[in-house]
Design a protein around this ligand. Structure first.
Ligand code: ZN
Length: 289
């Protein structure tokens, strides 16, 4: 038994000051500390502070792991957040913080953190400029191998011991527009596919909660002259895979209600994706005779 009362045996544990009631974890949320890189500094803060924040695990740059909250108790790591329509991720997630400076401003080859420290490129960690729609443009620090090794080890353990866990997401995914951790250099797809396998659990869930429609159902995109977002999953989490021009006719494959809104699974430009049904006029395909 690797966990005893939610605490990982053989790992440095100090109870955090801010700890909530019992939870059943279904999700792992990954974070950057956006802090000093000094070993112990972020973990000590998360263990005891006046801002009410806490987290289950902290992984140092050298891979050292520390636990602060049992995995069956609530920690205050995600704040305002939502996962596929469910708000308040702290209530059903395990938080893991990776020590990392977060978004930096470029100063030549080096980076300057939000708290004014300079991180020199290559001493000893490499940093680089990167930009994504979710993160914006910034200077970011790579996650050292030792840190990623510990993360993968911990995730494997969690997913083998905690039967209710089914997904891994970065903080930016559950708090879009508000958070940018983990950073764009984090090997998210690799970590998710390594732990979760090829089948995406969010896709299984979307399939389970929707129904197929008739073979000849079509919809015309009606988005007031705008392009309509085609999404990987039926949610407003960052998952846009294409933008469909207004007036485009698309075949409809499935229909479902998610978080009180009707969504359609459609086929556009060779890929399947979800659109909000209220931006599409239904039409039935009538073959020419
Ligand atoms: Zn975070």
């Amino acid at each position: 038994m690797a966990f005893k009362d939610g605490i990982l045996e053989g790992v440095d544990y100090t109870a955090a000051r801010h700890m909530g009631g019992k939870i059943t974890p279904e999700l792992v949320v990954l974070h950057d500390t956006a802090s000093s890189l000094q070993e112990g500094s972020a973990a000590d803060y998360l263990q005891d502070n006046d801002t009410k924040v806490s987290v289950h695990f902290v992984i140092e740059l050298n891979g050292k792991l520390r636990q602060l909250v049992p995995i069956n108790r609530r920690a205050n790591h995600a704040g305002a957040s939502s996962y596929h329509g469910r708000k308040g991720c702290n209530q059903f997630s395990i938080g893991i913080e990776l020590v990392n400076p977060g978004k930096m401003r470029a100063a030549g080859e080096n980076g300057v953190t939000w708290f004014g420290s300079t991180v020199e490129n290559g001493h000893p960690y490499s940093i680089e400029i990167a930009e994504t729609p979710e993160h914006g443009r910034g200077m970011w620090m790579h996650y050292p191998e030792a840190q990623l090794d510990t993360l993968l080890w911990l995730l494997r353990l969690l997913f083998s011991e905690v039967q209710t866990l089914r997904d891994i997401r970065p903080h930016w995914y559950v708090s879009p527009g508000r958070k940018v951790d983990t950073n764009p250099l984090f090997p998210l797809d690799h970590v998710r596919s390594y732990i979760l396998g090829r089948d995406d659990p969010a896709e299984e869930e979307a399939t389970a909660l929707s129904k197929p429609v008739g073979a000849d159902e079509l919809a015309i995109v009606s988005a007031n002259g705008d392009r309509l977002n085609l999404r990987r999953w039926p949610s407003f989490n960052p998952n846009i895979i294409a933008k469909i021009p207004d007036g485009t006719t698309v075949p409809v494959l499935r229909r479902g209600t998610f978080d009180g809104r009707t969504w359609l699974l459609v086929l556009y430009a060779g890929q399947e994706g979800w659109i909000v049904a209220s931006y599409a006029d239904p039409v039935t395909y009538a073959p020419a005779r």
